[in-house]
Design a binder for this molecule. Structure first.
Ligand SMILES: Nc1ncnc2c1ncn2[C@@H]1O[C@H](COP(=O)(O)OP(=O)(O)OP(=O)(O)O)[C@@H](O)[C@H]1O
Ligand SMILES: [Mg+2]
Length: 468
């Protein structure tokens, strides 16, 4: 198929020091202009992120952290307040959405209710002619557009990048659409709803038809082409929305929680399908979700966001093993990491009223400056183990048992805290049962109590202290 083999530089997305401020964000006080100005809210700050060619980047973070806003800035649906956005070698900050060569899949799917699946898939393709005309009519862009037809697109420095097969296919379609005579346009529009043999297909229509059918086959919706959106299930609607984006053959896909309307089973199935499809197409993708399991299972890399800022960008395993701060540590992993306030009583000794822990020697350098200070200890549920009474172990009381068969999760009371613990299902557990838990000192995380940054992560190879 047409999609793939792009020039790497062409499909890389670079976000450079992006800011977004909404003026008059509408608090109850915004009655007059002054009040509106005072309710300005900055919802994105210092966003620096490079998504490499063909990468599947997941943006994850809690509700309201700015994920959708960031996608809308990239797509051009929302204007940036400061910063730069590059798609390949082109700075797209001021380009209208149509000229950014980006396709977006919305949470609501946003299918046209009165159009069949076929026409929903073909809609963006038919409009490519309109964007070609728009390009040609804009004086600044017209020279580049005419020069680019066969030889490649000019970037902002005036250098020409070679056209990929995908870009070439889009240019051919744009050219065919631009060459349609008014009567061809009229005839193809007027006969669109007629049975197949009676329809008029211009050369552009034939190209569109081929693309729609290829994409429909790829997504297994070819049997649904004549249906209206209301005659589709949630999963089918989602595939039509994906198909509409794929058919446009864009440089970049943006997907805003496309799974959120599906039930749990379908989500798991389509999660894998979307990843396979993206690998097959090789199109640079930015995928938004607030579900950390979706993020961990889908992303080549994940950008964790909180309160309008990126907290950490890394591969799923890197995030899990080396969270940069307490927010990431708590957000990634299910059940989440446990946190306990402890005192550094000697460089390699952590003290709590009810237990003491000796750290591996690799922590020595990092802990020197924390001697006598409080730090936050982080322990993942799987890094506790059942043990015996001892000063280094934690006495706990079982409050909840979730025996899943392959593993057992316990919620246990320790001091004032409820800890989440994963144990092997070797034996049954009873509510109110008293246990002693050992912490694996090789696997602990430590955080500065004020900045909440992870300690020990600054070493050049980012190795976990104590990790072999
Ligand atoms: N047009 C707007 N005017 C003012 N504030 C806005 C506007 N759009 C979004 N916001 C605010 O920006 C913040 C980020 O919103 P955004 O929709 O990007 O969050 P999100 O991370 O996508 O959340 P969710 O997971 O719930 O979809 C929110 O606090 C929201 O209220
Ligand atoms: Mg959102």
């Amino acid at each position: 198929m047409i999609l793939r083999s792009r020039n790497p530089a062409v499909a890389q997305v670079v976000l450079e020091n992006l800011y977004k401020t909404f003026a008059g964000a509408g608090g109850p006080a915004s009655q007059d202009a002054d009040a509106e100005a005072s309710t300005e809210t900055t919802v994105l700050r210092r966003i620096d992120l490079t998504i490499t060619d063909g990468e599947f980047m997941v943006l994850v973070g809690p509700s309201g952290c700015g994920k959708s806003t960031l996608l809308r800035l990239i797509s051009g649906l929302e204007e940036i307040t400061a910063g730069n956005i590059w798609v390949g070698q082109q700075q797209v900050n001021t380009l209208p959405p149509k000229q950014r060569d980006i396709a977006m899949v919305f949470q609501s799917y946003a299918l046209y209710p009165h159009l069949t699946v076929y026409d929903n898939l073909a809609f963006g393709l038919r409009r490519m002619g309109a964007s070609a005309e728009f390009l040609a009519s804009s004086t600044a862009a017209s020279k580049d557009a005419s020069e680019s037809t066969n030889s490649g697109l000019k970037d902002s420095l005036g250098q020409t990048a070679p056209l990929s097969a995908a870009d070439e296919a889009n240019h051919q379609l744009q050219a065919a659409l631009a060459q349609r005579s008014p009567w061809q346009t009229l005839l193809s529009g007027a006969t669109r709803r007629l049975p197949k043999g009676l329809r008029y297909l211009s050369p552009a229509d034939r190209m569109i038809d081929q693309r729609v059918r290829t994409v429909a086959q790829m997504l297994q919706i070819d049997a649904l082409l004549n249906r209206l959106p209301r005659q589709l299930s949630g999963g089918q609607k989602q595939r039509v929305a994906l198909g509409r984006a794929i058919a446009r053959n864009p440089q970049v896909f943006l997907m805003d929680e496309p799974q959120s309307n599906l039930d749990a089973k379908l989500r798991t199935e389509t999660r894998a399908q979307i990843v396979n499809l993206q690998h097959q197409l090789g199109i640079t993708t930015i995928y938004v979700t607030h579900d950390q399991i979706e993020a961990m299972t889908m992303g080549d890399r994940i950008a964790v966001m909180n309160q309008g800022q990126i907290q950490q960008v890394a591969t799923p395993l890197e995030l899990y093993r080396h969270p940069a701060n307490r927010f990431v540590a708590a957000f990634i992993g299910s059940p989440p990491m446990n946190f306990l306030s402890v005192q550094v009583s000697a460089p390699l000794r952590l003290s709590h009223a009810q237990f003491h822990l000796t750290l591996p020697a690799a922590w020595a350098q990092t802990m020197k400056s924390y001697d006598g200070q409080p730090v936050m200890l982080g322990v993942r549920p799987e890094h506790f183990s059942l043990s015996t009474p001892a000063p280094e172990n934690l006495p706990v009381t079982v409050r909840r048992v979730e025996a899943l068969g392959s593993e057992t999760y316990l919620a246990v009371q320790f001091d004032q805290d409820l800890l989440q613990v994963r144990v092997t299902p070797a034996r049954p557990f009873a509510i109110e049962e008293q246990l002693w838990l050992a912490i694996d000192p090789e696997k602990i995380h430590l955080f500065d109590p004020h900045s909440e940054s992870a300690l020990g992560i600054a070493s050049p190879d980012k190795k976990f202290p104590g990790e072999r």
